[in-house]
Design a protein around this ligand. Structure first.
Ligand SMILES: O=C(O)c1ccccc1NCC(=O)[C@H](O)[C@H](O)COP(=O)(O)O
Length: 260
């Protein structure tokens, strides 16, 4: 069983448990459920730098990145640093994240916030809205075309942007549909953890122009971004490169200054 299969198996159990503990009516009663969302797609279209900075304590590929960083301080640092949006991992078991992190980030900044999660059920989209997210991630490798459609249509009906993530041509072909805002190419093979920016380069011409193109994972240099821009990418999701420093916000600031 590869890591994605393991994560998805555990996620099904986690979601079933949560459904039994917190009813949908409680999620819908959250004050955040009615808030007007910020559009990450719009922010990326209007930006010349396009950085989406991630809050990531640890991951299956890097056991420990930054366990103690304060999510509110990191969010404020990212905002001051000039990012377009922030990604917050909410998976507990594999990434050490939580919905509490998303809430704390929401309370700290007005940036578009992406709930970075392994979404397999509509319940998680209602949870995302109730905890202040503006964007959800859907991963093509763990969803059927029908599931992508149902989940993205629900997200759009709640005012959320949808970032659909692919890693190869097959996933891309099955996923393209009008209820998506952004198409993300993950440079990390989530089965082997190998990272190659060639994945983004290879898939770029196959992504229809209607979607904002986002390149995700393994990005750590200005040169890489300049090159990816030539392939039409407008968004760049960066986690470890910022989070490994003592002050992720400062690291994002310095990076973005060099990009300008
Ligand atoms: O990062 C991992 O090890 C990982 C493993 C299995 C599933 C997902 C994983 N990461 C999620 C991400 O997509 C990244 O956190 C994100 O793109 C940022 O990547 P990076 O800049 O390389 O930290």
């Amino acid at each position: 069983m590869d890591i994605l299969e393991k994560i998805t198996r555990d996620k099904r159990k986690e979601v079933d448990l949560k459904k039994s503990l917190i009813p949908i009516s409680q999620l819908k009663a959250s004050v955040l459920f009615e808030r007007e969302t910020f559009s990450l797609a719009k922010a990326l279209r209007n930006s010349t730098t396009g950085i989406i900075a991630e809050y990531k304590r640890r991951s299956p590929s890097k056991k420990s990145i930054n366990q103690d960083a304060n999510v509110g301080q990191v969010a404020q640092g990212y905002l001051k640093g000039g990012v377009c949006g922030m990604s917050v991992l909410t998976d507990i078991k594999y990434f050490g994240g939580s919905l509490e992190d998303l809430l704390l980030a929401r309370a700290s900044v007005t940036l578009p916030l992406l709930r970075k999660e392994f979404i397999i059920d509509e319940y998680q989209i209602l949870e995302a809205k109730a905890h202040g997210a503006d964007v959800i991630l859907l991963i093509a490798a763990i969803l059927t075309r029908n599931e992508i459609k149902t989940l993205s249509v629900l997200a759009k009906s709640l005012g959320l942007n949808v970032l659909l993530e692919v890693h190869n041509e097959e996933e891309l072909h099955k996923s393209v549909m009008p209820s998506l805002d952004m198409l993300g190419v993950n440079n990390r093979d989530l089965k082997t953890f190998e990272v190659s920016l060639d994945t983004s380069k290879h898939l770029s011409s196959l992504i229809p122009d209607d979607f904002v193109k986002v390149s995700e994972s393994g990005i750590s240099s200005i040169e890489a971004i300049k090159e990816l821009k030539q392939y039409g990418y407008q968004g760049f999701l960066i986690g470890e490169n910022f989070m490994k420093s003592e002050n992720p916000g400062e690291s994002a600031f310095e990076f973005i200054q060099k990009l300008k």
